[in-house]
Ligand binder design. Sequence first.
Ligand code: NAD
Length: 301
Amino acid sequence: MKSIAFIGLGAMGKPIAERLLHGGYDLTVFDVHRDAMASLLAAGAREATSPKNAAEHAQAVFTMVPDAPDAEEVALGPDGVLHGIRAGTYYVDMSTIDPITTRRIGARLAAAGVKMIDCPVGRTTRHAREGKLVLMMGGESADIDAMMPVFGLLGDTFIRCGPLGNGTATKCVNNYVAMACNAISAEAFVIGTKAGLTPEHMLDVFGSTMASNAQALQVYPQFALSGNTEPGFMMALGHKDLRLAIGLARSYDCAVPVGQATLEVMAQGVEAGLGRKDCSSLLLMHERAAGTTVRLKATGS
Ligand code: NAD
């Protein structure tokens, strides 16, 4: 395989596409925002005029767009990939969307002879730049095998989730847990501080008990507890992922009381202007309400 089309060149898509270009692939790019393509075009990528046009030139088409309606538009819309892609081409959707949408797209593409893999990713834009993402792959094993040389440029952890849609299902439930841990950790740091504890002390104890979770132990020290609100993982994306997971739960009649409460608190964070900040910035919202500040000593407060 030599030629790849990449659609959606935002915070995650651009560094991934750069790795493909620097990895020697003949790259065609498309984004609805022309500026998003500029650095890749300067580095030698070819510009497409639509998803359809991008797919016409490629042996594999990758997409990395924000939400389920975007993924559906790119794949199946009037100017979508479906109308340009050839039978036998691989279609890899890396967007975090719900598995019901993934499988709907997959069925239409399969009817055109296209081999689809859903491949949402875990970790951050830094990991995307460094080729150290977690790839959660759903689809036929043989198709995943065929794409592994390309995936190998992008990640260091490869999780085979099962048939098409299981990648996005995995990502939905993963982020459901991560965002609930995020929300409860923010509350706990503020409650503990009001009760006279330091964040250092709470981190020590959380790390030694059943309270242990990566949001509290890894994300908070690096971000909110150090006064760093730049993402990381944006609150608006965390909120979107929770919404997707809750929608998925509802389609299976599963109860979501904790997820619903987490969604509401994250919606308050977005409304408070924290949507483009790191998810851990929920701490700031609770600090304001409680009239306190929770910072690690090394950060000077
Ligand atoms: P982003 O908003 O930075 O980028 C999305 C890009 O897609 C934009 O450049 C936008 O112009 C483009 N786009 C939107 N609709 C399009 C369309 N119809 N046709 C062509 N281009 C279109 O978002 P991101 O942070 O890159 O996230 C992309 C996906 O990756 C999301 O599903 C997100 O949940 C997931 N994700 C993000 C992170 C992260 O840390 N940013 C981590 C893991 C997974």
